[in-house]
Design a protein around this ligand. Sequence first.
Ligand SMILES: NC(=O)c1ccc[n+]([C@@H]2O[C@H](COP(=O)([O-])OP(=O)(O)OC[C@H]3O[C@@H](n4cnc5c(N)ncnc54)[C@H](O)[C@@H]3O)[C@@H](O)[C@H]2O)c1
Length: 433
Amino acid sequence: MNICVVGTGYVGLVAGTCLSDFGMNVICVDKDKTKIDMLNAGQVPIYEIGLSEIIQRNVKLERLHFSTDLNEAVNRSLVIFVGVGTPEEEDGSANLSYIFEVAKTVAETMNDYKVIVIKSTVPVGTAKKIRQLIKENLKRDVEFDVVSNPEFLREGSAVNDFLRPDRIVIGSDSERALAIVRDIYRPLYLLETPIISTTNETAEMIKYASNTMLALKISYINEIATICDAVNADVYDVAVAVGMDKRIGPKFLHPGPGFGGSCFPKDVKSLVKIAENAGYDFKIGRTVIEVNEQQKERVVEKSRALLGSFKDKVICLLGLSFKPNTDDIREAPALYIAQKMLEEDATIQAFDPVAMDETKKELPEIVYCKDSLTACTGADLVIITTEWHEFRDLDFEQIKQKVKTPNIYDTRNIYDSQQIKALGFTYICTGRP
Ligand SMILES: NC(=O)c1ccc[n+]([C@@H]2O[C@H](COP(=O)([O-])OP(=O)(O)OC[C@H]3O[C@@H](n4cnc5c(N)ncnc54)[C@H](O)[C@@H]3O)[C@@H](O)[C@H]2O)c1
């Protein structure tokens, strides 16, 4: 089957690559020529474990192609997956201009029956709007269907998540289109992946309801951690015991500096907006966001309380990406923390295994270091902001020789406080005595 995937970001590139690995003929299209040139030169514009090898394999087999020419890709394909960005607008709603732009071009180009599959996260009702937009812009009398197929992959394990999803959701009112999309995912039947076939609106809602639930769990445990801080209880033991209840489960009960990334913050805000437009005040959604803002600020406050003030202090940040195994810094708590401290005249020294080039574009004022030990040199406070593997076994004896003052803020609760304190550090963390 010939497939076109529009958008070569974290979702589009992974989806296109994995679909070609299923044996399909895939053209990945992006309007960003730099990305396409990189991909055609054998380079991968994003950091995602395992992706490069699968791209190389399928390019060699001539099943995977990269292009900026959407018209040609549409003409050659039966199915057009759309995975372009839907970033947040100032009022919290999703910006649909990229997806509408694609829909308009697809409409003007279509020469035959096409299935347009929306992979981007879009507000409920968007598939319907896209159907209307395509209808209005058709140049020929051709049939088409719009399928909503939200993506649930996680950055950092995107390839594995795409190939082994918990479920696949496909929404459409066309049996013909549902059958075609089900056929695309046929290789996953072997893994007994459940496929939920539903309406466009329900599929769109499932994505927002899932992300908000996950964000809710994080904000919930972050608030429990704040209470633990105040009453001398240990959130680690609390989370383990609470998570043993099968109705709750242990995942996403890890307190930290707040959630970030390109999805949770914008998707929760978008659902608040969707509800508002439907005449409902989504209180839980608003609170999830508020608690998350508070959580990032708490890291700044606790650091300030430890140091007195940030003026002329050197603060080392270990980790810049919003989570390990990705170079994505969108809404990363580390950037919020760095920004706030820079505003109060701190010097920020940072190290991240892969996210420094991206962060440099946003915060050139940070001193970027070649490794953790260099970043710790002369520091008044070392903050572990992202739980990269290499920060889980730091050499604290060496760090103690390098820092100005032995202060550690382990926002992700990686270490045992007694052990670090025994080495002569002042140690603070999130919700543990
Ligand atoms: N990143 C994730 O972990 C994740 C997970 C699930 C769902 N999503 C959703 O998937 C969508 C894409 O997210 P992402 O992180 O991959 O975005 P991204 O910003 O990494 O990539 C989007 C790509 O689309 C391209 N693009 C924009 N307009 C275009 C056009 N008119 N024609 C061709 N290409 C165009 C951009 O150049 C960019 O390369 C969003 O709606 C997001 O909410 C993301």
